[in-house]
Design a protein around this ligand. Structure first.
Ligand code: SF4
Ligand code: SF4
Ligand code: SF4
Length: 178
């Protein structure tokens, strides 16, 4: 059984937003909403300033509060632990949105909660997520965190990755490479 995750390499991401556009096309994301976005964060103090650049999305947490909070089981784990929402079961109550510490969910105009799915429909066909495929600098890597032959496994063995808000105890599977 795979355990899927994704990395973003801050050395490579140039915040070009190609991933954001590809995601919108692939997943018919409604106007004004997004399943992923880019951030530029200033770190340090003048004159020792540095700029962190990355694309962000749902962290596909291993211990996902959105899943445990959902009253209808619409939010659930799919293959390899990918966290998804079943639009047919979702009643749009937003309990999951409040439970998630990362602000990655939005209310779809059709009345259900939507967010990044790690493009699970593509993964089931053996393809990479759309954002990973289009990134011109190869800043995004998707794969099985437990497979020693995978690129993501090698990355996480050789570089000190971090996750967002580790103190929340959600155990994200979206990793930021320095
Ligand atoms: Fe960064 Fe790649 Fe997305 Fe461009 S496509 S913003 S380089 S992750
Ligand atoms: Fe759920 Fe938020 Fe974690 Fe995504 S980032 S799995 S929406 S708690
Ligand atoms: Fe969008 Fe798919 Fe990338 Fe998630 S994995 S941000 S759904 S393109």
């Amino acid at each position: 059984m795979a355990r899927y995750g994704m990395t973003v390499d801050q050395k490579l991401c140039v915040t070009c937003n190609a991933c954001v556009l590809a995601c919108k096309n692939e997943n018919a994301v409604p106007e004004g909403e997004a399943r992923c976005w880019t951030v530029q964060v200033e770190k340090g103090e003048f004159p020792l300033l540095s700029l962190e650049t990355r694309s962000e999305r749902c962290n596909h947490c291993e211990n996902a509060p959105c899943v445990s909070a959902c009253p209808t089981a619409a939010s659930h784990y799919d293959i390899g632990g990918i966290v998804v929402v079943d639009p047919n079961k979702c009643i749009g109550c937003k309990v999951c949105t409040l439970a998630c510490p990362y602000e990655v969910r939005y209310l779809h105009p059709d009345g259900y909660i939507d967010k990044c799915t790690f493009c699970v429909h593509r993964v089931k066909e053996g393809k990479d997520p759309a954002c990973v495929t289009v990134c011109p600098t190869k800043a995004l890597t998707f794969g099985d965190l437990d497979d020693p032959r995978s690129e993501i496994f090698r990355q996480l063995q050789s570089r000190p990755a971090r996750v967002l808000k580790p103190e929340e105890g959600t155990r994200p599977r979206f990793f930021i490479l320095p």
